[in-house]
Design a protein around this ligand. Structure first.
Ligand code: NAD
Length: 309
């Protein structure tokens, strides 16, 4: 048996590869263009094959999907700065890549997981977010509109292939997944804070820092990802994948300073300076995970302190 992980050299994808090596007998093919991923994220193993390539290359994707028994599609243009600076890249990678994967999966009848994002909730204030809430589809006032709208279309593509082509597809909406191997290079808050604290630099908090986020340990997220694709009842559905443990960004910064024993201060940067335009981040982002609990009996247990440590 072979599983294909697109974006498998990235943060979440490489942890999914680890899970496959540890918990299954399957071989893993990783398709990744190393744009944000790294070869060193992947374990040295003759059960892992690395294919350096672009997920928008439909011929290459078809070649890889054809020999797979399951597919996890995680490759995407990610990271706030990258997305804001290159909206076209994020649309192309995140739309055409997903279409290539789904088309090949439908041709060869290969069950497929599609990685989506809590960004599809836009600036919803209906916390906690539920799968049945309205989602953003199309340009919004957010500078990250290209990412959010592409992810929303990816979901629609996945569900359409499920309904029209009978393809087993499940969509996971990740909420702030964190843990080892996540890079601070693209504006991810925990690695950025940790790097700043260790360097004795100010921790840069956007806005007044009262906005809250819910952080989920990557090992729990990949466990849910794996189990969702194995569970036929989950197919054709969208699931929030996240831990409902909201913390303010101010509290997060303080805790990082405490745990690292750093002398760093906290510096607040107004949104208009951070983003160079009039935009505010959503004040709260917290998942309702009752659907995941009911379907998989899954509940994240790793507390924020453990994640930070
Ligand atoms: P990541 O950047 O570490 O992983 C993405 C991987 O995709 C990288 O290895 C990158 O090199 C690869 N990639 C990018 N463009 C590609 C292309 N055109 N062809 C082939 N490979 C390509 O980021 P991540 O955090 O591991 O994200 C994985 C998935 O989860 C993405 O789909 C992302 O949108 C989604 N997601 C992540 C989070 C989070 O909190 N980390 C939250 C919501 C959604």
């Amino acid at each position: 048996m072979v599983t294909l992980v697109t974006g498998g050299a990235g943060f979440i994808g490489s942890h999914l590869v680890d899970l496959y090596l540890e918990d299954t007998d399957e071989d893993v093919v990783v398709l990744d263009d190393l744009s944000t991923g790294q070869r060193r994220n992947l374990p040295e193993s003759d059960r892992v094959e690395f294919v350096d390539g672009d997920v928008t290359d439909s011929e290459l994707v078809e070649e890889q999907v054809r020999r797979a028994d399951s597919v996890y599609h995680l490759a995407a243009a990610v990271g706030v700065e990258k997305i804001v600076d290159n909206p076209l890249d994020s649309l192309q990678t995140n739309l055409i890549g997903t279409e290539s994967v789904l088309e090949a999966a439908a041709e060869h009848d290969v069950p497929t997981f599609i990685a989506s994002s809590s960004e599809v909730y836009g600036k919803s204030t209906a916390v906690p977010f539920a799968e049945s809430d309205d989602r953003v589809l199309g340009p919004t006032t957010s500078p990250r509109w290209s990412y959010a709208s592409a992810k929303a279309v990816d979901e629609a593509y996945g569900l359409a292939y499920h309904d029209a082509e009978d393809l087993p597809v499940v969509v996971g909406r990740y909420f702030n997944i964190v843990g080892p191997r996540q890079s601070g290079q693209y504006g991810m808050v925990i690695p950025t804070f940790v790097e700043q604290a260790l360097a004795g630099e100010p921790l840069t908090v956007y806005g007044d820092g009262t906005q809250t986020r819910s952080f989920t340990h990557v090992e729990e997220a990949v466990r849910a990802t794996y189990e969702l694709l194995q569970e036929p009842e989950a197919h054709g559905e969208v699931f929030n994948v996240g831990a409902p443990q909201p913390t303010s960004i101010n509290a997060l910064a303080e805790r990082v300073i405490e745990l690292t024993g750093s002398d760093s201060e906290i510096e607040h940067i107004p949104y208009e300076v951070a983003y160079d335009e009039d935009f505010e981040e959503p004040q709260q982002r917290e998942p309702d995970v009752s659907q995941l609990e009911e379907t998989l009996g899954w509940h994240p247990k790793t507390e924020l302190d453990r994640i930070l440590e």
